[in-house]
Ligand binder design. Structure first.
Ligand code: SF4
Ligand code: SF4
Length: 423
């Protein structure tokens, strides 16, 4: 990484603590990623992004701010990037996938809540995430109880706008969600000083759709018997999609897809044929949470798809591009986002249907149901998913864990036994 000391200083970061964070990542990345055999060449771009994780992209954000632009952080795939970009702001997903931030989160939050929430708050309190430090505002949502209440605490440290996400999908809930998108639009216009026109919104709808399409193309390459890319690498690409420059990300991922499609034609794969194909379903895996994929792929299995918010829930379904005015465009945006089947909805039959469909599409041999510790919604929803999969004769295992590596060996033993059973 280049010398960004002054930039970090100007972002009011805790430099000493940040050094500790920076020390961990390279060794960890080497072990999890660079040790893989036969990786696609186009993954070099994504290696580079990680090597510059707190450098180049942050510098771009800082330069955007110097030119009067604004940065908006978010924590959930329900926050509509289309609105953010249409106002000339840059939207970034704040990762919060590291154990490093959990103790700082626990300074102000109870210990028995989900690690994602603790890390989301801890990253700000510790002043060690330059993305967070660069944000003019962050957007929270009323998805689960833990998040809802955490925003009240976070408000003391950074401006927070909260979107009220309905928990049901009836017509009246959809109308309320449209109203929320309008409120977010007003908030972003106030922050940026830019009015969102129908033309600008059209451009950003097309841009975000393009990102979704390229991720879909990437995932399609994982449907083939000879897997051209590991699950770990595919997860990394999706994680990077949350904060990279969208145009550059699209073009680099297109390059990767070209290479993967060529590999498919030539029958080149990254795993021996017959490797059990696993779908990971459940809670999001924010960067640098690679624990479960690493365990699976070093235990004789391959992850072929993620039914998570750092997987299919992020890119499935496009916003219809036929909106002729602001109102119809915003309705189209609301429609698309309400198709996301997060466990915070009740009822949530759509998610079970999604999992059954993905099992077929990706020719899955077994499902690893992943729940972050203390995530009630995904934890409780396991029962319905298990029942539906058992009816179809699809093996399933539930893994509940946090960001620490204390239970790694225990999970590995269970995953190995599961893989052995479905072989
Ligand atoms: S799991 Fe639900 S609350 Fe969490 S990021 Fe996904 S959509 Fe948002
Ligand atoms: S993983 Fe579960 S508990 Fe954690 S933020 Fe997402 S929905 Fe809430």
């Amino acid at each position: 990484m280049g010398d960004y000391y002054n930039m970090w200083k100007n972002l009011d970061m805790d430099l000493e603590k940040h050094d500790q964070l920076c020390e961990i990542l390279p060794e960890f990345y080497e072990e999890v990623y660079l040790s893989q055999q036969n990786r696609p060449d186009a993954m070099n771009y994504f290696n580079f992004v990680i090597s510059e994780i707190h450098g180049l992209r942050v510098e771009e954000l800082v330069n955007h701010k110097k030119q009067g632009g604004k940065i908006i952080g978010s924590f959930c795939v329900f926050v509509p990037d289309e609105i953010t970009f249409a106002a000339g702001a840059i939207g970034i997903g704040l990762c919060a996938g590291s154990q490093f931030w959990v103790p700082d989160g626990e300074r102000v939050l109870p210990r028995n809540i989900c690690p994602l929430i603790k890390a989301s708050i801890g990253a700000k309190l510790s002043a060690t995430c330059p993305y967070y430090q660069a944000c003019n505002m962050v957007v929270g949502e009323t998805t689960c109880d833990g998040k809802k209440k955490a925003w009240e605490i976070l408000k003391d440290y950074i401006p927070v706008h909260v979107m009220d996400l309905p928990q049901m999908k009836r017509e009246k809930n959809k109308e309320a969600w449209i109203d929320e998108i309008y409120s977010y639009k007003s908030k972003v216009e106030e922050l940026t000083g830019n009015i969102i026109t129908s033309e600008k919104l059209k451009e950003s709808i097309e841009l975000v759709n393009k990102k979704r399409k390229v991720l879909k193309r990437l995932y399609n390459t994982r449907k083939f018997p000879q897997l051209p890319i590991s699950g770990k690498d595919a997860l990394l690409v999706t994680q990077i999609a949350f904060y990279d420059d969208p145009e550059r990300f699209i073009s680099k991922t297109e390059e990767l897809c070209d290479e993967l499609e060529k590999r498919i034609e030539e029958g080149v794969g990254v795993f021996p044929s017959g490797t059990p194909r696993l779908l990971v379903a459940g809670t999001p895996m924010a960067i640098p949470f690679w624990k479960l994929h690493h365990i699976i792929e070093t235990s004789g299995g391959a992850v072929v798809c993620e039914e998570t918010c750092t997987g299919t829930r992020y890119f499935e379904n496009l916003v219809a591009e036929n909106g002729e005015d602001l109102d119809s465009q915003i309705r189209n945006i609301a429609d698309r986002y309400l198709k996301i089947n997060c466990a915070c909805f009740t009822p949530n039959h759509g998610r079970v249907d999604d999992i059954l469909r993905l099992v077929q599409d990706y020719k899955v041999d077994g499902v690893v149901y992943f729940s972050l510790q203390f995530c009630h919604t995904y934890n409780i929803e396991y029962l319905k998913v298990e029942k539906a999969l058992k009816q179809e004769g699809i093996p399933i295992i539930k893994i509940e864990t946090d960001y620490s590596d204390q239970d790694t060996e225990q999970i590995k033993t269970r995953v190995e036994a599961f893989i052995e059973m479905i072989k």
